[in-house]
Design a protein around this ligand. Structure first.
Ligand code: 13P
Length: 253
């Protein structure tokens, strides 16, 4: 499965960090540092930071993403944000199904699927997160877990829409713990995900789909992780909050 067929995407996920003014200052500092990147550079930011981030990223190679999207077009959903709103605000990417959403906000495979379809209907580039918990890894059901999550998330997604899908493999036990999956573990599971896509859409689509790794990726381990044939980028939490560290990861992308 040759890497040249797909885009390497290095995406930050700021989570609930950075005020709008901090976001603006950060992006202005980062932009010249990553201007010559060979990969796609994305920052997924808190909803309130989006206008400041989009403004600061104008004229640069940094693309702005959101961290979630609601599945309905509009209506009585207090506190939620629709795909139309994101697009109108200048957002290009969106994360769906992050394990923190699944864990703390009752996200299920079904709602991840609904959010994925809502995002795709507005042509947002959609980063779908999948990953096993430590218990699931110890039970030997990593393959089954990520396969199931991937299949359900992609239910009803057309082959044409797959151009806007990125899958992020994020083992829950590696997120924010400093415990990274080994490069071989990341490669193996990203390969399993690619196999699921091949089963659903055929080899050509599988070959063209970006599959990222996320979970304690940092300036030190990025080169090894990103050298793996099935790892087409990273979804980065903590290290995306530091311009130097994020730049090192981007340079390895
Ligand atoms: P950390 O890089 O902080 O482990 O977070 C990973 C993540 O959850 C990205 O979405």
């Amino acid at each position: 499965m040759d890497k040249q067929f797909r885009k390497t995407v290095i995406a930050g996920n700021w989570k609930m960090n950075m005020t709008p003014s901090a976001a603006s200052a950060f992006i202005k500092t980062l932009a010249p540092m990553v201007a010559d990147a060979d990969c796609e550079v994305v920052l997924c930011v808190p909803a309130i930071d989006i206008p400041a981030a989009v403004d600061a990223a104008k004229g640069t190679n940094i693309h702005i993403g959101a961290e979630n999207v609601h599945f309905e077009e509009k209506g009585a959903y207090t506190g939620e944000i629709s795909a139309d709103m994101l697009v109108d605000a200048g957002v290009e990417y969106v994360i769906v199904g992050h394990s923190e959403r699944r864990q703390y906000f009752a996200e299920t495979d079904e709602t991840v699927n609904k959010r994925t379809k809502a995002a795709l209907s507005r042509n947002l580039k959609t980063i779908v997160c999948v990953g096993e918990t430590l218990t699931q890894r110890e039970q030997g059901i990593t393959e089954e877990t990520v396969s199931l999550q991937t299949k359900i998330a992609l239910g009803g997604v057309t082959e044409e829409q797959m151009k806007n899908i990125i899958i992020a493999y994020e083992p829950v036990w590696a997120i924010g713990t400093g415990k990274t999956a080994t490069a071989d573990q990341a490669d193996e599971v990203c390969g399993i995900i690619r196999g699921v896509i091949a089963g659903l859409y055929g080899e050509a689509v599988a070959k063209a789909t970006t599959v990222q790794y996320g979970g304690s990726m940092n300036a030190k381990n990025a080169a090894e992780l990103l050298s793996k044939v099935n790892v087409d980028g990273g979804l980065i939490g903590g290290a995306s909050l530091k311009t130097e560290d994020f730049t090192v990861i981007v340079k390895n992308g």
